[in-house]
Design a protein around this ligand. Sequence first.
Ligand code: ARG
Length: 460
Amino acid sequence: MAKLWAKGYDLDKLIEEFTVGVDYRLDREIAVADCMGSVAHARMLETIGILTPGERGALEDELRRYAVEAVEGKFRISRDEEDCHSAIENRLTAALGETGKKIHTGRSRNDQVLTALRLVERSFLLHWVDAMVSLVRCLSDFAERERYSPMPGRTHLQPAMPSSVGLWAAAYSGRLVDQLVVADAVYALIDRSPLGSAAGYGVPLPIDRELTARLMGFSEVHTNVIAAANSRGELDAWLLSLLDHTGLILSRFAEDIILFSLPEFGFFSLPPELCSGSSIMPQKRNPDALELMRARSATLSGYASQVGSVVRSLPGGYNRDLQETKEPVLRGMRGGLLMVRVAERIVARLAVDRDRLAAAFTPEIFATDAAFELVAKGASFRDAYREVAQRLDELSDRDPVQMLKRRTHAGTATHHDFDAALGRAMSLSERFDERRERVRRAVVDLLGDELPVYLARDPT
Ligand code: ARG
């Protein structure tokens, strides 16, 4: 099949292999979105008299068929076609002749790929927000159940002061909700239609960018054509940064569980179905999922910096370098979503051994509490500190739960609203309800069915 830019000579095969890379395979993941954008574009072309209603209808029928094929993993893109945009136009032309050749009027592959990626990222974020809210709910329930399960608080990894499993878990859920605040902003940046920016400089045709934006369910037009074109990679880097920061939190969470599940601690344990075995040591039950959570978070961080590095030194306007950002974006989305889902599975099945936790409370962990008891009797803190320090061996065993209950100020086990994080998550997620509905309606309107636009498949 011909390239869209074919002008009567064949591209050197080595250059073709190098420039196309794996893009033709990656594009299977954005082909549904490209069909969706093309239907919107065709409808707009009809309103400005470039297409007749019959031509538009024929294009729409074809495009909807290709979208279904793409969802089913059956839409073929050959390497010499370069990408899904070319493959789709080639198919349209093969099927509809002259009509197919009109679809590219008023656009470029540059705004086409930008639009497709935004549609995919937008749908991805809706899935990701759902998965995050579900994880926060699971963590909040766990925290409430374990509100008073005593757990030694640590600094420098050494036992420090009394704390609880509930506080530990709620700290993670609160930090995850912070990521939803960022997700709200990232979504707003992505939720703008770049279609019509063409090669980055617009077109001398009265195209209606408001209409295509509305049809695709975007909340606004990314108006400045150069800004829209240059946002490729930059906005993707924001999205990956969001996933990277979330990965960072989940990696620390994974590390805590790995550590506190060691036989030497025994605070937590994972059921066998969440662990992998060893090929040589019969007794082994390894926390591979948690270890890979740590590693995948590092990989995500790599993707975020990879995309930032590609765009950092680019001159304005489209540069082919941008194609290189597609793989880390697609891989990052898949990895980022899986991590959140795996974290929820682990929290839901994590067992807590309260006896082992209580046994970890050696008397020294109450040293600071003992100093505060002297303060309550009128001593200055520094004198109380010194007195306890000189008589550490006289510290007695105390009931850790009683000690936790003495902490009556905000943010402690006693005075912590473990549902607060869930409440914040729910209200942030409500902001996505309207967006979700707008996206759903646009997909049904343009593609004729509720097709998934983010396919959540392993790219390539
Ligand atoms: N596969 C290309 C990409 O992802 C599509 C745009 C190609 N545009 C061009 N002017 N060569 O960037």
